[in-house]
Design a protein around this ligand. Structure first.
Ligand code: ADP
Length: 384
């Protein structure tokens, strides 16, 4: 055999070896969506023999539920117009662009049993000898997805329980607070008892904050965070919050500055109460973790496709090691409140959930000892 042919044969064998050892199912279809080549993992995944795959229409070869149950070829069933795999392949052939990591969830008949499968696939346009084809790489993620669904279900159940617990503990705590308050009003109370009731009151107030934040968080976590949008004047909302928060900041001798470049009458469609909660959370954190005689600056700017709000403080800052975790629930970083305020480690987790519920983004930059900048972006899609 001439050396060139020998070398070609060798590299062909090598490529086949590679294809056969890939754990993903890899197959190639022509523009009629007929299978022209496939690897061993494909056969294993769908429990099919070579002659049941080669030259077959894709849906027929993989025993798609619609082809089997309607006794029709792939492409001819009543569901084919909505098939995500078919749509991706058509896009790949027409636009010659790949599609990445799409999810296909469907029943398949595997060994004559109807089984639900979760697949993740990627399609890529190729030409070979002038013929247009598409390579499909498909992974079975059924186990992972099933575990994910179970986990989400478990988390929801636990959150529900946590919510009920937090709700039910709130009442007795309110009664304890009332009693403590009643005794604190009594001017004849001896000093040691007064300080006893003060400690009781302080602890009750801490538990109340914790319970309220837990209730907030579990409500937000019940998978479908409901965002009720309404058109609002963002500057108005900000101005109102700044006025109120300035009073709280002034008690610690902290100045609150507000800088905006928003055009007059700018409106945006957001869940007003939830966004208000976000802004208040960030400003009150600024106040909570800053020392007297510092300034907190709040800026609002309009970007190309989003509204950017930043809260910049000159407080204790957050150590680099803590930064990735500050948005996790119940995570407290090394900065401690400077004015005896309460800290539950839930505020930023709630804030992040709300911003993500608006399809926005929140980030933090900080340097220990210098201060922090919390910035959130709201997409302008909701803009009226
Ligand atoms: P909380 O303030 O109730 O503890 P958060 O979720 O709002 O809960 O914040 C988590 C942690 O991040 C806080 O415990 C604090 O250590 C740190 N942190 C948040 N905001 C700031 C800030 N502006 N400056 C310094 N540290 C902060």
């Amino acid at each position: 055999m001439p050396p060139d042919i020998e070398r070609l044969k060798e590299s062909n064998n090598f490529l086949n070896l590679l294809l056969e050892n890939i754990t993903s199912a890899v197959f190639i279809v022509d523009s009629k969506i007929r299978i022209r080549k496939f690897n061993d993992s494909f056969k294993v995944l769908f429990h099919k023999k070579e002659d049941q795959i080669l030259g077959e229409l894709c849906g027929n070869a993989i025993n798609c539920v619609f082809s089997v149950e309607e006794h029709k070829d792939c492409g001819m069933t009543t569901h084919c117009g909505k098939c995500i795999l078919r749509k991706s392949l058509v896009k790949t052939f027409v636009k010659k662009v790949p599609t990445f990591r799409k999810k296909l969830v469907r029943d398949f008949y595997i060994k004559e049993k109807k089984i639900i499968k979760f697949f993740q696939f990627t399609t890529k346009y190729v030409t070979y000898n002038g013929e247009e084809m598409s390579v499909i790489i498909l992974d079975d993620i059924t186990e992972l997805e099933t575990k994910n669904i179970e986990l989400k279900h478990e988390i929801n159940e636990k959150n529900e329980l946590l919510g009920i617990l937090a709700h039910d503990i709130r009442n007795p705590i309110q009664i304890l607070t009332l009693y403590a308050d009643y005794f604190l009003e009594d001017k004849s109370l001896p000093d040691d008892l007064h300080s006893f009731f003060e400690t009781l009151m302080d602890n009750c107030s801490y538990i109340s904050t914790l319970l309220n934040n837990t209730l907030d968080y579990t409500k937000l976590d019940s998978s479908a965070l409901h965002i009720s949008r309404e058109t609002c004047d963002y500057s108005d909302i900000m101005a109102h919050i700044i006025t109120n928060q300035s009073i709280i900041a002034a008690k610690k001798n902290i100045k609150l500055d507000f800088k905006t470049t928003l055009p007059r009458d700018f409106t945006i469609s957001v869940d007003v109460n939830k966004i208000r909660q976000v802004i208040i959370n960030l400003i009150s954190n600024g106040i909570k973790y800053s020392y007297p005689d510092t300034t907190i600056t709040v800026t609002v700017n309009l970007c190309e496709d989003c509204l950017e709000t930043s809260v910049i403080d000159q407080g204790q800052g957050i150590p680099e090691n803590d930064l990735p975790y500050v948005f996790f629930q119940y995570y407290k970083a090394s900065a401690k409140p400077t004015g005896n305020e309460k800290s539950t480690g839930l505020g930023l987790a709630i804030t992040k959930k709300i911003i993500e519920g608006h399809k926005g983004e929140i980030m933090v930059e900080s340097k220990e000892g210098e201060g922090s900048v919390f910035t959130f972006l709201l997409p302008l899609d909701g803009k009226s």
